[in-house]
Design a protein around this ligand. Sequence first.
Ligand SMILES: NC(=O)c1ccc[n+]([C@@H]2O[C@H](COP(=O)([O-])OP(=O)(O)OC[C@H]3O[C@@H](n4cnc5c(N)ncnc54)[C@H](O)[C@@H]3O)[C@@H](O)[C@H]2O)c1
Length: 415
Amino acid sequence: MKVGVVGLGYVGLPLAVALVERGCEVVGVDSDQRKLAALGVGESYIEDIASERLRAVGSKLYPSRRYADLAACEAVILAVPTPLTRNREPDLGPLVAAGTALANVLQQGQLVVLESTTYPGTTSEWLAPLLEESGLAAGRDFNLAFSPERIDPGRTDYTLANTPKVVGGLTDACLQRAVALYRIVCDEVVAVSSTEAAELTKLLENVFRSVNIALVNELAMLCDRMKIDIWEVVEAAATKPYGFMSFKPGPGMGGHCLPVDPFYLAWRAREFDTPTEFIELAGEVNQAMPYFCAEKIAHALNDHEKALRGSRIAVLGVSYKPGVGDLRESPAIKIMRILAERGSELVYHDEHVPELGDFGLFCQSLEAVLDRADVAVILTAHPGLDLQAVVDGAPLVVDFRGVTRGIEAKHLVRL
Ligand SMILES: NC(=O)c1ccc[n+]([C@@H]2O[C@H](COP(=O)([O-])OP(=O)(O)OC[C@H]3O[C@@H](n4cnc5c(N)ncnc54)[C@H](O)[C@@H]3O)[C@@H](O)[C@H]2O)c1
């Protein structure tokens, strides 16, 4: 089978590689010339896909900039970004560009599947008419479906193959074709009755996480006042064998999904006169966390008779989660911006992020950042971070990830 994948990022590239590994030929279309050039020489830019694995798929993955190359594919999967505008409203710009370009080359009998996270109604009310500009009718001349991606970058226990894949089709025939496509790479495919149900399934999953993280973050702020160890409380609650699911507090929510996707639903809900208050409240609490963390660092320095202004702060981990270099919506970057505005001198250590152009900073060794630091701040604890070396090497440590819980030291402060 020949499959097209549009958007070779965190979602599209692993999918394209998996399809080739299961015997498909894949045309991968991306608008980013640098990514295409890297793929052309077998260099991966996604942590989950080792370059060796990419090289092993060889010419069965054909990277291209040209949508015309998709004309020969039986199915085309769209995995382009769905960000928010500056005013936190859905930005369908990349999807408009991809849909318009695809409509120009769409063929009778093709299956198109949207994987980008979006609000319910996007596929049927918005993508279908866009693709019908081709003169072909959705559900009759070509099939259309939505299937949300559940990939969790950096994760190895749950992969594309063993994570059930939800699929909804515009018609029954659309659904059946999409189910057959995903059976190639997924052990279990879950069919739902409509594209809207599939779209909302993804949003429910992300809203669920966002709300629960907000709840535990709110408790972390309360615990700070009440001098109770939030980590101990979460760990103790997690011993309940039923009816409780553990979420960890932290410096805020990052990544492309959690801080963004719930607002797609909140925006759509306004059209139906239904306020989504849990979503808005969770967003408020999670967005407040970086400011709370900056204040916590200021208090810790104050207790050491120092001010934020003029202090040298060693930031440990700047990506949004352990094990990956993804900086999108990273709370660490927000905290660094607040600290820089308040006159702190910043240095950072994160082996997954070689440089931070906006700050004019380069990653330095752990030893180098701890040298002369007034405080070391653990914002993202990548695997392999030598915590004892951090505690031994800094005059003050603030840990926002609860990773130093096994270490006792007077100069150690935790969220
Ligand atoms: N990253 C995740 O963990 C994750 C998980 C589940 C769902 N999603 C969703 O999947 C979608 C893609 O996310 P991602 O993380 O892979 O994004 P990404 O930015 O890593 O990749 C998107 C790719 O699309 C390309 N692109 C943009 N516009 C294009 C166009 N018009 N034509 C061709 N290529 C174009 C970009 O160059 C980029 O390589 C989003 O809707 C996201 O919400 C992401």
